[in-house]
Design a protein around this ligand. Structure first.
Ligand SMILES: [Zn+2]
Length: 583
């Protein structure tokens, strides 16, 4: 590309990059990655970053107002070759879907129960379903499975929080369904399957039915006629039967080796006067169980590929009986292995219990692996997405550590995070015999000097200057030890006490520091800085002082405190509060 890029040309390039970015991220382009891609393609624009950034902001705003279909349309018309390339990139990473060519359009779905917030354990289902739909120009649905107002009761707040999490992951869905809106559909199918003689209303006591089924014996209800079953069904609906008194069972095979498959329950009665549903109250007393609602929906919604954990294999076996009764074709399935993150609590019950007892303060407590908590710590959706795509849908179990996730995150935030000084638990350090005034000019990013500098003026009084250093760095010091203040000068330690250090000026240059093997530490002038608290992953707090230029930070900025780690700006009101991501 020519060294001088005209403004019209620049706008065109930016528009293309932003449109492709939007297509990759569910219709929402983001300025940061667009700028990164632009500078990678046209490095000479680094000298015009400010101007370029404002053009990008405008383009992103405009493009994000368009529907994904419209965005795709523009790209198809103007740069069809770009779409082929983007598609190939994803395809190279994810193995292809089974029999995708047999369907007009690939349809996938993510189906959470809104009884809890989503956590990292859901990332695989969401991201794979979304990415596969995207890869095949198909559809990705969000379906709330909220049909258990008794044991897995949903709560209104979670519908929105889940939507927020999925949007944050960049997995925008094409349509949304809520099962509690669909009770009449399940009733219609229940009646149909009863009339066909493929299901029955069982009024046996649970324990009696269990005894029979364990010995492969039918209960007396199994031989009722369809007409008798329909009468019983009406009585389920009109409240004649109380909670637990009747259940619709799908006929399977009483000889099936897995007793859990034998005549599984499809719909049951819940006393919604007592256990009211958060969305529909006590309007319905008959509720479908998981396999019935999910099975009916997958068929009616035209889901072609079910991508889920292998713990669902038995559910497939159960549902296949029902599909056979209805004369439906079961969707293609991919059952991936378990994804374990060592040290992360991914159990809903542990999270909920901890919140109830006050162990965790909120859903985004840094000790949790909820998306809300990860977001608060500055773990990016992009890092999670990359990780999940690399893991893919393999059936073997996978164990990851936090470090794996951090490595992905570091890759995404390191190029964007500006650097600042933060001194934890500050201690005073006095340097004597400083020969003259110094101005330290330290880049906001070591590889991207175009972003600017932070500057510190050091004015000795009778040769003395006072600094803040962190108490951790005090441990590195001892008599005669030579140290270097990053970007400033070198000094030699004279005396270390619990409260501070006395030192004497040694030399200026970095070369000299290397020659004498000086340890590099960060610092702040004693009379500067703002109070800052860092919330650590174990919820402990490190108190200290951050450099003055941190006053210009904005909420959600992800920055690096040099020699400390990456953090996300959480609050700027009275003092600066940041959440620690990782080193
Ligand atoms: Zn029975």
């Amino acid at each position: 590309m020519a060294n001088s890029t005209s403004n019209t040309e620049l706008r065109k390039i930016i528009r293309k990059i932003a449109l492709l970015n939007a297509l990759n991220y569910g219709g929402k382009a983001r300025a940061g990655p667009v700028l990164g891609k632009l500078l990678a393609e046209c490095p000479h624009l680094k000298t015009r970053v400010k101007e370029v950034a404002s053009v990008i902001a405008g383009a992103v705003r405009e493009i994000n107002k368009l529907s994904p279909d419209r965005q795709r349309g523009i790209v198809e018309e103007k740069w069809p070759e770009a779409l082929v390339k983007e598609k190939a990139e994803v395809e190279r990473i994810l193995p292809s879907l089974p029999n995708a060519e047999n369907y007009k359009q690939v349809v996938t779905r993510f189906a959470p129960n809104p009884d809890c917030l989503l956590h990292l354990g859901s990332a695989r289902a969401i991201i794979l379903c979304y990415e596969y739909a995207k890869m095949y120009n198909g559809l990705f649905y969000l379906r709330f499975e909220d049909t258990d107002p008794r044991l897995k009761k949903s709560a209104l707040q979670f519908y929105d929080l889940i939507r927020e999490d999925i949007m944050w992951l960049g997995c925008k869905w094409n349509a949304e369904f809520i099962q509690s809106d669909r009770l009449p559909i399940y009733y219609e199918h229940a009646e149909k399957i009863l009339r066909r003689g493929n299901a029955y209303v069982c009024t046996c006591k649970r324990e009696e039915f269990r005894k029979k089924v364990m010995t492969r014996q039918p209960c007396p209800c199994r031989s009722l006629t369809p007409e008798e079953n329909v009468v019983r069904w009406k009585h389920m609906l009109d409240g004649t039967y109380g909670e637990g008194k009747a259940v619709v069972r799908i006929k399977t095979d009483l000889d099936h080796p897995n007793p859990a498959v034998r005549d599984w329950p499809a719909l049951r009665i819940i006393d919604t006067k007592k256990y009211s549903h958060p969305r529909v109250g006590s309007k319905y007393c008959v509720w479908p169980l998981y396999n019935f609602a999910c099975g009916v929906d997958d068929h009616l919604m035209g889901v072609t590929h079910i991508i889920r954990g292998k713990e669902h294999l038995t559910n497939q076996t159960r549902q296949e009986y029902m599909y056979q009764h209805f004369g439906w074709k079961y969707p293609e399935t991919i059952h991936y292995g378990r994804l374990k993150i060592t040290g992360a609590s991914l159990s809903k019950s542990v999270i909920v219990q901890g919140l109830r007892t006050g162990l965790f303060k909120s859903w985004d407590d840094p000790r949790l692996a909820t998306f809300a908590a990860l977001r608060r710590r500055g773990i990016t959706a992009e890092a999670i997405r990359r990780l999940i795509i690399d893991v893919g849908p393999k059936t073997a179990d996978v164990t990851l550590s936090w470090e794996n996730l951090y490595a992905y995150n570091r890759k995404t935030i390191d190029p964007v995070a500006n650097r600042y000084f933060f001194v934890g638990d500050p201690k005073k350090l006095i340097v004597k015999k400083v020969p003259h005034t110094f101005t330290a000019k330290i880049p906001l990013h070591p590889d991207k000097t175009e972003r600017g500098f932070r500057s510190f003026d050091i004015k000795p009084k009778e040769g003395r200057v006072s600094f803040w250093v962190s108490s951790d760095d005090l441990k590195l010091m001892g008599k005669h030890k030579k140290m270097r203040f990053m970007g400033l000068f070198n000094f030699q330690v004279e005396k270390v006490t619990k409260h501070g250090v006395q030192a004497v000026f040694h030399s200026k240059s970095h070369e000299e520091a290397k020659k004498v093997g000086a340890t590099l530490i960060h610092w702040l002038p004693h009379d500067t800085g703002i109070p800052c608290e860092v919330v650590m992953p174990d919820a402990s707090v490190v108190k200290g002082t951050a450099e003055n230029s941190c006053k210009e930070l904005r909420l959600d900025d992800i920055i690096q405190f040099e020699r400390f780690g990456f953090v996300r700006v959480d609050n700027l009101d009275e003092k600066l509060t940041v959440y620690f991501a990782h080193r």
